[in-house]
Write a protein that binds this ligand. Structure first.
Ligand code: FMN
Length: 368
């Protein structure tokens, strides 16, 4: 299997790429000559977590250049505009978050013509770009020919990309998100080439196979092969997987040669990760050092805002679960989140939850 093969960073690359990576490696960890604009950061699509409320909170912190919606499942029909508006309320405001960050609408499906029709609807509603999901590992989704299962049939994947590319105006970016493969990564270069042949403008790669699901590690070094292939066509590769800290992103940059990164679970665990990564990439903080993270007392008002916005957007009784879900992510960076989760995990009432957040904040506030 490709993943188990010990692979030197420079194996199979053309000379120009080797020189480019050597130059980057020299600069990484020494004088940092990268400028902030050399890199882009994308906030990942995450079904059930990264909705417009979370996108708003996280992009308001700074650092992100783009977001992607949770996937819109395309199976039998051209969906009505209300479905797109539900998953991407930002379509009402020019397809951008309140902080002005563009939001791409992600589509998941395998029928090229149907995907094309739905892409056109999303773009007519104001989507800033279309992203195509070829990475979802869910069995139910894969059984109905959606998500990562298309990695097994690169020709279909190419047809979907090409049909969507043809359907929307040339100035609207069409991007794709893949994994290294389905069962293993033996077809990885073929999959990358198929996506590029479909005319996409950028390719995000979650550096694991579908079989590897979300288990660490992510195989960043394999992305170097994709940057090599895509580099000749000028298509950026966006690295994704296990990017939890600024240091992870710097290491990923070194081994993959990627300049653009997508942050997923890490962005939920540490709400200011985007701007911390941005600072590290630009050399504003010592290479590899973590810019001081927000304190727990800074996180609590965010939690309260999140609760209130969920209550306003949905019914108040549905506002508690998203908050509990976020606490579970946050505890990886903030042990206080784990303690708070233990206190509130049985609460279902909005007012009771709100009081618990206020009670958590008060002693910190008084002490300050
Ligand atoms: C709860 C959850 C929901 C996700 N939903 C989507 C999705 O809708 N579309 C997509 O392309 N990827 C989705 N992903 C995958 C992430 O975008 C990302 O590729 C993955 O989490 C790897 O990055 P990480 O290791 O930094 O978390 C999801 C991941 C998680 C954990």
């Amino acid at each position: 299997m490709y993943i188990n093969k010990p692979m030197g960073r420079y194996d199979g690359m053309c000379l120009a790429s080797q020189l480019m990576y050597a130059w980057r490696a020299m600069n990484d960890g020494q004088s940092n000559t990268w400028s902030e604009t050399d890199h882009r950061l994308v906030l990942a699509p995450m079904e059930g977590v990264m909705d417009s409320i979370m996108r708003d909170l996280l992009t308001a912190m700074g650092g992100y250049d783009r977001c992607v919606t949770e996937f819109v499942r395309i199976s039998q029909t051209t969906l009505p505009s209300r479905v797109f508006h539900r998953l991407c309320p930002e379509l009402h405001t020019g397809g951008r978050t309140p902080a002005g960050v563009p939001v791409f609408v992600q589509l998941l499906g395998s029928d090229p013509a149907l995907m094309a029709k739905n892409a056109r609807v999303a773009v007519n509603l104001g989507a800033q770009g279309i992203d195509l999901n070829f990475g979802c590992p869910a069995k139910t989704v894969n059984k109905s020919h959606g998500g990562a299962v298309l990695l097994k049939t690169p020709e279909t994947l190419r047809s979907v990309c090409a049909a969507v590319r043809d359907a929307v105006p040339p100035q609207v970016p069409v991007t794709a998100k893949i994994r290294l493969g389905f069962d293993d990564d033996s077809q990885f270069p073929v999959i990358v080439k198929a996506a590029l042949a479909g005319g996409i403008s950028e390719l995000t790669i979650h550096a694991r196979t579908r079989r590897q699901a979300y288990r660490p590690p992510a195989h960043w070094s394999l992305l170097a092969e994709a940057t090599d292939i895509a580099g000749t066509e000028g298509v950026p590769i966006i690295a994704n997987g296990e990017l939890w800290s600024p240091g992870d992103v710097l290491r990923c940059r070194r081994v993959s040669g990627c300049r653009d990164f997508m942050l997923a679970r890490g962005a939920l665990c540490r709400p200011d990760l985007g701007r911390a990564v941005r600072a590290a990439l630009s050399g504003r903080v010592a290479t590899g050092a973590n810019e001081a993270a927000l304190n727990w007392s800074d996180i609590l008002p965010l939690l309260r805002t999140y609760l209130h916005r969920n209550a306003a957007a949905y019914e108040p009784r549905y506002a508690c679960n998203p908050l509990k879900q976020w606490l579970v992510y946050l505890q990886y960076h903030y042990p206080q989140a784990g303690a708070l989760f233990a206190k509130v995990k049985r609460l279902r009432d909005f007012n009771a939850m709100d009081r618990a957040l206020v009670a958590e904040h008060e002693p910190l506030h008084t002490a300050a």
